[in-house]
Design a protein around this ligand. Structure first.
Ligand SMILES: [Zn+2]
Ligand SMILES: [Zn+2]
Length: 354
């Protein structure tokens, strides 16, 4: 190495905490992205351009183990794109995202599950107003499997990049935790999905979160994610609306519908952008309804539940299997029973009155 000619000094320009929102609305965002500031190949300006090209309203910068990129994002955020600062912390027993760190704040990564360290750094992130999100918990790479449990987490990344079998495992674990949380009266853990894009050909925004937030600000987006008022989409081409109605009331994603135990609760999913897709409704008992979308990819699927028969309902929209079939229901066999995920929701909970 040798010295080159001196260049201009670096002036940090941190991104603003709000963008031009539409008030209370659904906002799309990818919360796991890398740049040349860690092991990504993209410059911050290329990541911001990719987020805009993917139709996103916000993105979170999560370079590995460093806040070095934070001072660059102010140059690329704008009224049309909220950029939130964060970090991916790569311990020896799994990776976690700190979303919404104050610019310049660093979270240590040098520990494993057996060490007395993780809880301290969780507290650091919570004190700073950020979210703790275990990432790709079943990723098969060395030191990537999550071994810290989920007790301290605010959400879990159950869909990381292109849909693969380890995402199926993460969804199963998450779904089982929903039932357990209800049993103990503990807060439930929302699901998120992110691209983890590092470089070409990894696609920024595939997948991403669609979050109901009071406005397009850092705090409102973090609140929406923390409350699970969100669904997961493979791209901005997919649209979805999911609600449960009963006894004159309605609850949306992440909310609870409180109704008499045997009152009808009508589950309704409207979706667009998944040609020939398979809609699955899943309760604490597993899949209770399956229906195919037409070739146009748009449709409305309904199903009737009661609070006595379901403690929550969530929806998945799958692509067809490679052979064009819709997937084989509640059966088992040597292959994965479903095509890749196109979209999925956080649950709507059903609570029986008296
Ligand atoms: Zn990772
Ligand atoms: Zn990553």
């Amino acid at each position: 190495m040798h010295f080159g000619d001196p260049g201009p000094g670096f002036t940090p320009n941190c991104p603003p905490e709000r963008a031009r929102g539409r008030g209370r609305a659904w906002y799309r965002g990818d919360c796991h992205l890398h740049t040349v500031y860690s092991d990504g190949r993209r410059l911050p300006e290329e990541v911001a351009a990719g987020a805009r090209a993917a139709g996103l309203d916000f993105m979170v910068s999560t370079d590995h183990n460093t806040p070095a990129s934070h001072g660059a994002w102010g140059n690329y955020a704008g009224p049309d794109l909220l950029i939130i600062t964060g970090e991916e912390i790569t311990t020896r027993n799994g990776h976690w995202l700190a979303l919404g760190l104050p610019p310049g704040e660093w979270v240590d990564w040098r520990y494993r599950s057996r060490d007395e360290a993780y809880a301290r750094f969780v507290r650091q992130v919570h004190r700073s107003g950020g979210l703790v999100v275990p990432a790709h918990p079943y990723c098969p790479y060395v030191a990537c499997q999550w071994k810290f449990g989920y007790q301290d987490a605010d959400a879990v990344e159950i869909w990381n990049g292109p849909w693969t079998y380890d995402d199926e495992s993460a969804v199963d674990t998450w779904d089982a935790m929903l039932g357990d949380a209800l049993r103990h009266g503990r807060p439930w853990l929302p699901a998120v999905g992110n691209s983890d894009a590092h470089s070409v050909p990894q696609v920024i925004g595939a997948p991403h979160n669609v979050v109901l937030a009071a406005d397009l600000t850092r705090d409102d987006i973090l609140d929406g994610l923390r409350a699970g008022r969100s669904w997961l989409a493979e791209s901005a081409a997919v649209q979805l609306d999911f609600a449960v109605t009963g006894h004159g009331r309605q609850a949306g994603i992440g909310q609870t519908l409180t109704v008499p135990a045997d009152a009808f609760a009508d589950v309704r999913l409207t979706v667009a952008g998944v040609p020939g897709g398979t809609v699955r409704f899943i309760t604490d008992e597993g899949q209770t309804h399956q229906e195919s979308l037409p070739a146009s990819g748009s449709g409305t699927v309904t199903w009737r539940a009661t609070a006595s028969l379901a403690s929550y309902v969530r929806a998945e929209v799958r692509h067809p299997d490679p052979d064009g079939t819709p997937g084989h229901g509640n059966s088992t066999g040597p292959a994965l029973p479903w095509g890749p995920m196109a979209a999925m929701t956080n649950p709507v909970f059903l609570r029986a009155t008296g």
